[in-house]
Write a protein that binds this ligand. Structure first.
Ligand code: UDP
Ligand code: MG
Length: 317
C-alpha cells in the first residue's frame, strides 16, 4: 500500500444532461469531501465534467458548479463528438494532473460506492480497476439482452474485453498516457485497456436505473457502437467472407457436376426456378460480403484522414 494519498480525478462525459447533473453533482462532491476527510485521497482531487457539445443547459450548470466549488472543473467540446471521444478528451486533460482517474457516466447508473473500493485497489498497487456489473436487472429486457449478446459476440470474435464492464473504471495516470498513444479514430476504449497489460483487477457493483433524463444511446447509436467495437478490433468478419465464398464455390462445383450428369444423360432441365433462386441468393450473399468489406474500407478511410477527435472550446481550471 502506498503511503501518499493519491490525487484522484473523476471524469464525466455529459451530453444533454441538465436533468441529471443537479442530482449527480452533490452526490459526487459529497463523496470526494468524505474521502478527503478520511484521508483516502488528496485534497486536490477533483471532478472534471466534459460537456460533449450539449444543446441544453448542461454547460451553464457545469460553470455554476465550478464557481461554487473548487472540486469542480470542466471542459466544453466545440461539438458533439460522442461518448468515447468525450471521455478521451477528459482523460487527456487530466493525465498530467492526477495520480489516477476514474471515468463514470453522468447518470450515476454505476454505483459510486464502488469508487472508494477502486481507490483502495489502486493504493494496493493496481494500475487498472474495472467496475463490473453484478446484474442488469435495472435495465430493460431489450437493453439487457442486446448488451449481453454483444459481449458474447465480442468474445467469440476474439476481442479482448471485460465481461459486463462498460466505461466505469480507474486508470493510473501512467496507464492513461499509455492509452493515449492509441491514435485511431474508430475507437472502442474498453477493448483497448485490457491489452495494455499492467496490473488489473475488478470491483463489482449493482447497476441502477438512470436517475433522470433519457438514455443518450438509442438503438441506432447502440448498433453503431457495436459495429465499431467489432470491426475496429477483429478482421474475422472479413475472413468469414472468404470462407463463405469458398463454401459457395464448393456448392457451385456440386451443381456443375449434377448438371453435367443430367446433360449427358440426355435429360432436359427445367431450370427457371432454381436459376431465379440462385441469382437472388448469390446476389444477396455478394451484397452482404461487400457490405462487410465496405465497413473495413470505411474504417481505413476515416483513419487515413487522421482528423482530430475533438476540439475543446472552453476550460474551467
Ligand atoms: N454521452 C456523451 N456523448 C454522447 C452520448 C452520450 O458524452 O454523444 C454521455 C452521457 O451524457 C452519459 C454517458 O455518455 O454520461 C452514457 O450515456 P447514457 O447514460 O445515455 O448511455 P446508457 O447508460 O443508456 O448506455
Ligand atoms: Mg446511462
Amino acid at each position: 500500500m502506498s503511503n501518499i494519498t493519491p490525487e484522484i480525478a473523476i471524469v464525466i462525459p455529459c451530453y444533454n444532461e441538465q436533468e441529471v447533473l443537479p442530482l449527480t453533482n452533490p452526490v459526487l462532491t459529497g463523496l470526494i469531501q468524505r474521502m478527503v476527510k478520511d484521508g483516502e485521497i488528496a485534497a486536490s482531487s477533483y471532478i472534471l465534467y466534459v460537456d460533449d457539445g450539449s444543446r441544453d443547459n448542461t454547460w451553464n450548470l457545469i460553470e455554476e458548479y465550478a464557481s461554487e466549488s473548487a472540486l469542480v472543473k470542466g471542459i466544453k467540446l466545440a461539438a458533439n463528438s460522442g461518448h468515447q471521444n468525450a471521455l478521451i478528451a477528459g482523460l487527456e486533460t487530466v493525465a498530467d494532473h492526477c495520480d489516477a482517474a476514474i471515468s463514470i457516466d453522468a447518470d450515476l447508473q454505476d454505483d459510486i460506492d464502488a469508487i472508494p473500493r477502486m481507490i483502495a485497489e489502486f493504493r494496493r498497487g493496481y494500475d487498472i480497476v474495472y467496475g463490473v456489473r453484478n446484474s442488469r436487472e435495472s435495465d430493460t429486457w431489450f437493453k439487457r439482452e442486446s448488451a449481453q449478446s454483444f459481449y458474447k459476440l465480442m468474445r467469440d470474435l476474439g476481442v479482448n474485453s471485460v465481461y459486463n464492464h462498460a466505461d466505469f473504471r480507474l486508470m493510473s495516470s501512467d496507464t492513461i498516457k499509455d492509452f493515449l498513444k492509441f491514435e485511431e479514430r474508430n475507437i472502442f476504449i474498453r477493448g483497448i485497456i485490457p491489452g495494455l497489460g499492467r496490473k488489473q483487477t475488478s470491483v463489482f457493483y449493482d447497476r441502477k436505473p438512470r436517475q433522470a433524463g433519457e438514455s443518450k444511446y438509442p438503438l441506432k447509436k447502440m448498433i453503431n457502437f457495436a459495429v465499431d467495437g467489432i470491426t475496429s478490433f477483429s478482421v474475422r468478419p472479413v475472413r468469414m467472407v472468404f470462407f463463405l465464398g469458398l463454401g459457395f464455390l464448393l456448392v457451385a462445383l456440386g451443381i456443375f457436376i449434377y448438371v453435367m450428369i443430367r446433360y449427358f444423360g440426355g435429360e432436359t432441365i427445367e431450370g427457371w426456378t432454381s436459376l431465379m433462386l440462385s441469382i437472388w441468393f448469390c446476389t444477396g450473399m455478394i451484397l452482404i460480403s461487400l457490405g462487410i468489406i465496405g465497413e473495413y474500407i470505411g474504417k481505413i478511410y476515416t483513419e487515413v484522414k487522421h482528423r482530430p477527435r475533438y476540439s475543446i472550446e472552453k476550460y474551467i481550471k
